[in-house]
Design a binder for this molecule. Structure first.
Ligand code: RBF
Length: 168
């Protein structure tokens, strides 16, 4: 399926791990908050739907997507947090800053994930315009927040399988 047609809320759900004891942090950028709030709702609801406990989901806000990296790191460094989901929207074309911000956040999130050895999920939309952003945050293309939460769940599942020697 091409990424243009993909519904971001459609994913395979076989063999998902028990996440009832897992703790999640969702870091949300305030820029384009009409979209990032929808991403948050999608991520939060997906975690709950697949077994997370509300008390085990914490939220932190950062001013813009550029700050997601450091915000994610502060949560990922906490021993009790198992996975972090970073949500933002950087609209292309409104400013040339988008390339700098997108690359910095993608690289930064990767670094935090590797440094802390935890799933730190890149849930940053990079649409061409607000219409595309809305289509991907609860519109015709589903919700990237759902997908980001499911990615966190699947990575926790893979981690526990690898740690248990499942692939030996
Ligand atoms: N943050 C976003 O999350 N999305 C944006 O589309 C966005 N556009 C920006 C455009 C410009 C020209 C600037 C200076 C900042 C923008 N930011 C955006 C904010 C950025 O992520 C960060 O919060 C600030 O640059 C402060 O470090």
């Amino acid at each position: 399926m091409s990424s243009a047609d993909k519904n971001l809320s459609v994913f395979t759900t076989e063999g998902l791990p028990d996440i009832s004891a897992k703790k999640f942090a969702i870091v949300v950028a305030e820029w384009n908050s009409e979209v990032t709030e929808k991403l948050f709702e999608g991520a939060y609801q997906t975690l709950i739907t697949y077994g997370a406990i509300a008390a085990n989901i914490v939220r932190g806000n950062v001013p813009g997507s550029f700050e997601l990296t450091l915000g994610a790191q502060w949560f990922a460094q906490r021993k009790d947090i198992d996975a972090v989901i970073a949500l933002g929207v950087v609209i292309q074309g409104e400013t040339k800053h988008n390339d700098y911000i997108n690359h910095a956040v993608a690289q930064g999130i990767t670094n935090v994930s590797l440094k802390t050895d935890k799933p730190v999920i890149f849930g940053v939309l990079t649409p061409n315009n607000m219409e595309q952003a809305l289509e991907r945050s609860g519109g015709v293309h589903g919700n990237k927040g759902d997908e980001a939460a499911m990615t966190a769940i699947k990575m926790l599942g893979l981690y526990s399988e690898v740690a248990r020697g499942y692939y030996l």
